[in-house]
Design a binder for this molecule. Structure first.
Ligand SMILES: [Zn+2]
Length: 305
């Protein structure tokens, strides 16, 4: 059975771009008689707010999107992330990094990965003694994945993007990613990977801004013994000027459109979805024009499409 999810962060109000993503996931699930799940990605306590989480549920219901089962809130599942971290740590794949941004900048020009400059590895080779000394002294640290060791452990990996084809996983493009920080016991990459498995998600639909992140998620699945869902990365909704919609565009929030008298059907149409004959949003029309830019870096296997 197909299981999809919509997983917004409650750091603001939903806008048309979110509506588009939610409609895609909902249509994919409903078309096959599957399940559509909702997850609130609220690990960032500094930026997430309960009233935004409540507004998300409200907006989705207004749009006519019904979800199945309990809403999963990441902030209630830190035990799951800690267990995953402990497993990786037990296999010697993590190390504490004490670097500040300044330390990393001072290390000189580093090549860029999909998330920004690659970590230059300053703390990778600290001795166990140096590590425990710094930790005992109360130095803040992040836990990084030793990417070379992790990719050696996992071997060659692939994942399927339903639109593009089979992709050779290239998590090495990200370098030694941070998987946890002192104040947050998980990163986006770790939480999403664990959550998708816990929720039994079989098809991850999401914007193609997260296409590259899938390389890391595929690696974490392999290291943690988790199943690999299929993926369908869709194009982001753009505004009239060709820019991706962002929270700064207050006028496009669903709440603002509702106040302006727009109906759910109108908003669904604006979000790129059409109603089918049964009155439900029809096929999402996942497009991939534009997604192949930089496809070499994304590790697409030639001829696999
Ligand atoms: Zn460091």
């Amino acid at each position: 059975m197909i299981v999809t999810r919509f997983a917004p962060s409650p750091t603001g109000e939903l806008h048309l771009g979110h509506a588009s993503a939610a409609l895609v996931a909902h249509a994919e699930a409903r078309r096959g008689g599957g399940r559509f799940l909702l997850r609130i990605e609220d690990i960032d306590a500094g930026r997430c707010r309960a009233e935004f989480a409540a507004a998300i549920l409200n907006d989705l219901a207004w749009l006519g999107l019904d979800w199945d089962g309990e809403v999963r809130r990441q902030s209630e599942h830190f035990d799951d992330y800690c267990a995953a971290l402990a497993r990786l740590d037990g296999e010697g794949l993590l190390y504490p990094c004490f670097c500040s941004r300044k330390d990393i900048a001072a290390a000189g020009q580093a090549p860029h990965g999909p998330d920004g400059p690659l970590y230059p590895g300053l703390c990778r080779d600290l001795s166990p003694g140096e590590r425990s000394e710094r930790i005992a002294a109360g130095r803040p640290y992040a836990l990084r994945l030793d990417m070379a060791a992790a990719t050696a452990r996992a071997g060659r990996l692939e994942w399927l993007d339903r639109t593009v084809g089979t992709i050779a996983a290239r998590p090495d493009l990200f370098g030694d990613v941070v998987l946890a920080r002192k104040d947050t016991p998980t990163s986006y990459h770790l939480a999403v990977t664990v959550d998708d498995a816990r929720q039994g998600v079989t098809l991850v639909t999401r914007g193609d801004d997260l296409f590259a992140a899938t390389h890391v998620h595929r690696l974490l699945q392999a290291l943690l013994g988790l199943p690999t869902p299929a993926y369908a990365h869709h194009r982001l909704l753009l505004d009239d000027h060709g820019r991706r919609l962002a929270k700064r565009d207050g006028a496009t929030t669903l709440a603002a459109l509702r106040r302006a008298g727009r109906t759910p059907a109108e908003v669904r149409a604006m979000a790129g979805q059409k109603e089918g004959p049964d009155g439900k949003p029809s096929g999402p029309g996942i497009r991939h024009q534009g997604m192949l830019e930089g496809s070499v870096d994304h590790g697409i296997i030639p001829g696999s499409r």
